[in-house]
Design a protein around this ligand. Structure first.
Ligand code: FAD
Ligand code: DLZ
Ligand code: SF4
Length: 509
């Protein structure tokens, strides 16, 4: 029998991953490699690199205990070839292997490298997902609109989650309208479970500090789970403490609370420590046991079997050029405030500070603060995309790019979102406590104290009128704008222009 190499990437840390399932423990060698190419192709947050390396090292050790032969390369090994393909070739020479079994990577860049590697490589479908590429393409084929909701219903039917025969549990597919509560200042969410770094993690932290200490983001304290066992504890903790209120406060933001009732499980699901289905099953069990309400449970599983699967489907269906789309022709450079530069905006400043500290911000902060501001300010989408890919521990291109390019920046022209996710300060004020202590005033529409979101919101609508004037969901916005008297409209636009000029000049806004 031909000896083979079995590639396991840093976000494929599951014994159920396709390449391991097809491998032969007796004859094949598992290859896992910390490599400069993957660690440096963008300047990842140090916590993200540490999470991946620590989890890789522990997963490799588990495989060895389970009888696998594992060739593991550390980043600082003197013979490390520096790339995934380089490491495969080096291991092939060492072992005499002539073929590679790989599970499809989550990024076109790496898929292409494997496809054109000078060694025979079998790339297997990554079936950790509920929908295969073919299933998604079949669903998408011939549709005028690819809205997530209908895809999600198919995923409910396919998995049987929260189904009562062929009807949705409670007779409703979607409980979102119950999930828009603003947070009172006195919410006291538990937050995610934290883990003390063991010796292996501490070694990794030392390495990351010395090699990537200058990247944006705090490495310490590091408290992510780095094994499946710990990730399962984090899941149980969320189901018990977070899930019951997840729905109610899903869209809320509080300055003093980085996590609210969010799961903080995406880093673990995305690197393979948890499977999406088991996470949903745990939530549905809590509902069945009477420990979580339907609006929370349905809202939670929709994020995973709906949005997560749908985003992956779009990424692969749209092809590698998707990340360069820029329908609105935005050109502005990403402002320094995204890298922790000073800002008077209490809301965006907090989201960036949380991101730097935790390699995490919850969905509404990503969408309605950093995303909303970048879109209103007209930042070039590829720069926004690169920022999100760098700063979050859960960021892998298959899920990050559609969220940023499609959902957040409308750069794909509306494949994902039926209208751009833009808002004035009023929305932020309604859903958060940020505006209370802000330098700007959320109720002021023009002048120095005017909330930048108020100015830029109208500026955005005005400059993109041609693109959006026929969008039925935006009719009200344009009618409100058109009803304002002309002098006021001109003043708003002038003040917005001046604000953007100050932003470009590097002034603090
Ligand atoms: P919760 O709010 O508790 O949700 C539960 C789970 O649902 C998450 O763990 C995640 O697996 C899934 N989920 C929720 N929303 C989405 C979504 N829109 N797309 C895919 N999965 C979703 N998610 C990533 O995993 N990686 C990214 O790089 C990423 N980048 C994003 C960029 C932008 C601009 C936006 C608006 C969203 C992005 N998301 C990304 C989606 C979402 O914000 C994160 O999945 C979520 O914040 C993760 O935190 P959580 O585990 O606490 O999620
Ligand atoms: C993100 C990442 C990093 C930082 N480092 C490695 C690594 O050294 N070795 C590895 O196998 N994978 C790493 N990864 C994850 C890959 O970049 C990921 O598999 C691709 O981006 C596709 O999702
Ligand atoms: Fe953000 Fe505007 Fe509120 Fe300040 S006033 S916190 S900038 S929304």
């Amino acid at each position: 029998m031909v000896a083979r190499l079995v590639l396991v990437l840093g976000d494929q840390l599951s014994v159920d991953v396709a390449a391991l399932r097809q491998a032969d423990k007796a004859n094949d060698t598992v290859v896992m490699a910390e490599v400069a190419d993957e660690a440096e192709y963008v300047r990842h947050h140090p916590k993200k690199i540490a999470l991946i390396f620590a989890a890789m090292r522990k997963f490799a050790a588990e495989l060895e205990t389970d009888g696998w032969r594992v060739a593991y390369s550390r980043l600082d090994d003197p013979d490390n070839a520096g790339s995934i393909v380089g490491e495969l070739l080096r291991r092939a020479e060492e072992t005499g292997a002539q073929e590679v079994l790989a599970t499809e990577p989550g990024e076109w860049r790496l898929i292409d490298k494997l496809k054109y590697a000078p060694i025979k490589t079998h790339i297997l479908n990554d079936d950790r997902f509920i929908a295969s590429h073919t299933e998604f393409e079949t669903w998408a084929e011939g549709r005028k609109s690819m809205r997530m909701e209908y895809f999600y219903r198919d995923m409910r039917r396919k998995t049987g989650l929260l189904m009562d025969g062929d009807k949705p549990e409670g007779d409703k597919w979607n409980y979102d309208h119950e999930n828009r509560k603003a947070a009172d200042g006195d919410l006291c969410a538990e937050g995610p479970l934290k883990f003390e770094p063991d010796e292996i993690t501490q070694d990794v932290l030392g390495l990351v500090e010395s090699r990537f200490g200058d990247n944006f983001g705090d490495l310490y304290p590091f408290d992510f789970a780095t094994t499946r066992k710990e990730a399962l504890q984090a899941l149980r903790h969320f189901v018990r403490h977070g899930l019951p209120s997840f729905g109610d406060y899903q869209d809320a933001m509080l300055k003093g609370d980085a996590f609210l009732y969010h799961a903080v499980l995406s880093p673990y699901i995305n690197i393979g420590l948890l499977s999406p289905l088991e996470v949903c099953e745990a939530a549905v069990k809590a509902y069945a046991d009477g420990d979580a309400p339907i609006n929370a449970t349905e809202g939670f599983i929709r994020q995973i079997i709906g949005w997560r699967e749908y985003m992956r489907g779009i990424y692969f269906q749209q092809g590698s050029a998707y990340t360069t789309r820029n329908v609105l022709k935005h050109k502005r450079d990403l402002p320094a405030l995204y890298w922790g530069g000073e800002t008077h905006m209490s809301c965006v400043g907090d989201a960036v500070a949380r991101t730097r500290a935790n390699a995490y911000a919850h969905h509404i902060q990503r969408l309605m603060l950093t995303g909303n501001f970048a879109l209103l300010a007209g930042v070039e989408p590829t720069q926004v995309h690169q920022w999100y890919l760098e700063v979050y521990a859960d960021a892998f291109e298959w899920v990050e790019a559609p969220n940023v390019i499609g959902m957040s920046q409308f750069a794909d022209g509306g494949i994902i979102a039926s209208k751009p996710y833009v808002s004035s300060g009023a929305y932020i004020n309604r859903m958060s406590d940020y505006c209370k202590g802000c330098h700007y005033s959320v109720t002021v529409k023009t002048g120095e104290k005017a909330c930048p979101f108020n100015l830029l919101y109208w500026h955005f609508l005005d400059r993109h009128r041609d693109q959006f004037k026929n969008n039925a969901r935006m009719g009200n916005m344009y009618r409100t704008w058109d009803r304002m008297d002309e002098a006021k409209r001109n003043r708003v636009l002038e003040d917005a222009d001046a604000l953007l000029k100050r932003l470009d000049a590097g002034e603090i806004i």
